[in-house]
Write a protein that binds this ligand. Sequence first.
Ligand code: FAD
Ligand code: FES
Length: 277
Amino acid sequence: MALNPYLPHLATLLEVREETEDIKTFRLAFDDPEVSSAWQYLPGQIALLSLFGVGEAAFSLSSAPLGQGWLEFSIRRMGKVTTALHQLEPGAKVGIRGPFGRGFPCELFRGHDLLVIGGGIGMAPLRSLVNYVLARREDYGRLEIVYGARSSRQFCFREEIFFLWPQAPDTQVYLTIDCPEEGWEGHVGFVPDYVAELKPSPEGKYAVVCGPPIMIEKTIAWLEKQGFPPERIYTTLEMRMKCGIGKCGRCNLGAKFVCLSGPVFSWAELKEEKERF
Ligand SMILES: Cc1cc2nc3c(=O)[nH]c(=O)nc-3n(C[C@H](O)[C@H](O)[C@H](O)COP(=O)(O)OP(=O)(O)OC[C@H]3O[C@@H](n4cnc5c(N)ncnc54)[C@H](O)[C@@H]3O)c2cc1C
Ligand code: FES
């Protein structure tokens, strides 16, 4: 069944989980089982969620494609669409268009160690990647995850980051918060500084970074200094997106449209466009 990229497919909200005071994870299932089986995606890809009468906005899939029959999106309340999404209760109907864009090159990563570095809501697409890799543990090497939030209350995916991922084989989770906090015995400091302290070896490793632009910029600068080649550093860009399919021209980065060429790019590709990004 070929899906029409212009057409939102109806889905039902199954569950809403509160991650932080302004981020919720939404679990959705397509109403039509044929759409559900035709809708295949990779970690790092995005979809456009629509609320009828309100609008449409782009979000990364935060679930991994493991054949569960549902999708998850983790969404920060920002404006019109996201505020309306945050008010929904299970049973509500949402439109989904997609999946769009290029995801993480999971085939290229196969057999290699991975360093996954996230900040805030930037962990949403990285969560999809981590759970994809953990479901195929023997296909990938060592997995190191560095995740930072402003405070301990701002961490998303708490069960995974505190319990499930640290217990996974050959997996190390490093958490940090921006400022000291009573009761927090973990690391304190910004993500790029923590990565610099940890000094991960670039040997045979791919790094994937996602978070606020300043965090991405500083972390990538440090990774390069540490010897990670630009083609072994990946990130995913958030740009103003409307159509998701290369028609509206709202997401251009130089000659590229992020919705078609991205949102996932290697640093080698982005360096070419650096002045514009
Ligand atoms: C590739 C991609 C992946 C993304 N993935 C995610 C994701 O996984 N999770 C996620 O949460 N987001 C993600 N986003 C961002 C998400 O698309 C935007 O947050 C969303 O489009 C905002 O839509 P909105 O209608 O709620 O906001 P809009 O109403 O369009 O508002 C957007 C901006 O205006 C400001 N604004 C709105 N109302 C007011 C007001 N009254 N006063 C002052 N300022 C105001 C907001 O602060 C915000 O900066 C992604 C975007 C892209 C392009
Ligand atoms: S979102 Fe319309 S061209 Fe990319």
